[in-house]
Design a protein around this ligand. Structure first.
Ligand code: Y43
Ligand code: MG
Length: 204
């Protein structure tokens, strides 16, 4: 089956309530001639993320928004995975920060639970799901490997960005601009697959 495309002038719902993601997607989607509206702009509810995988939760969010808005919708389900914690917090990354989205506390708990484990490796995963109102979906996955740094540092970004440095470097994601991060991040890599499959070919 061929994947349906978005065309210039089409409207795409960003099925997320995370402002950090919205800012990154705004930068990634510039130049394709697609109109973008967020779930918050449409007062869509935040669905319960009841699946046991990134892909499952991305599909829940994308399908609910696509059906409610009667428009194609793009969701991101993502998380921060620490090797020394057997991949935790993983799909529970947002829930680790609690209802108050207390990321300093979530980062401190990761640091404490890692103790002096010499394995500092960690990675981010992003699964994007594009859903259509008729129920069709396509998913795209990106991953970036790196390591946990302590103390966290950097003033940009969101979530666990201050705790993570990609590759073997010392700059955290929170030390980077959105453009620098998008060029290498899990979300940027998943977006590149999505744009190749689903967006108009030439940028304006
Ligand atoms: O680039 C990132 N930089 C830092 N932290 C990140 C990143 N990417 C995912 N994360 C963390 C944030 C959240 O704790 C979890 C995603 O959870 P996730 O449910 O997909 O997003 P969310 O609840 O914040 O917003 P929403 O579901 O409305 O899209 O992983
Ligand atoms: Mg969420």
């Amino acid at each position: 089956m061929t994947i349906p495309h978005l065309n210039r002038g089409d409207t795409l719902v960003l099925a997320t309530h995370n402002r950090g993601k919205i800012a990154e997607f705004a930068a990634l989607l510039g130049g394709y001639g697609i109109r973008v509206i967020s779930a918050g702009d449409l007062s869509l509810p935040e669905p319960d993320e009841t699946a046991d995988s990134f892909a499952g939760n991305a599909a829940i969010k994308a399908l609910e928004a696509a059906k409610a808005a009667n428009l194609p919708a793009l969701a991101d389900d993502s998380g921060f995975c620490v090797a020394a914690l057997d991949g935790a917090p993983g799909i529970f990354s947002a829930r680790w920060a609690g209802p108050g989205k207390d990321y300093p506390d979530a980062m401190r708990r990761i640091h404490e639970q890692m103790g002096d484990n010499p394995d500092r490796s960690a990675w981010f995963i992003s699964v994007l799901c594009l859903a259509w109102p008729d129920g069709r979906t396509e998913t795209f996955e990106g991953r970036i490997d790196g390591h946990v740094i302590w103390p966290p540092h950097g003033a940009n970004g969101h979530g666990y960005d201050p705790l993570f440095a990609p590759g073997t470097g010392t700059r955290s994601f929170a030390d980077m601009t959105d453009a620098e991060k998008n060029a290498i991040s899990h979300r940027g890599l998943a977006f590149a697959l999505f744009s190749e499959a689903c967006l108009p070919k030439t940028e304006v």
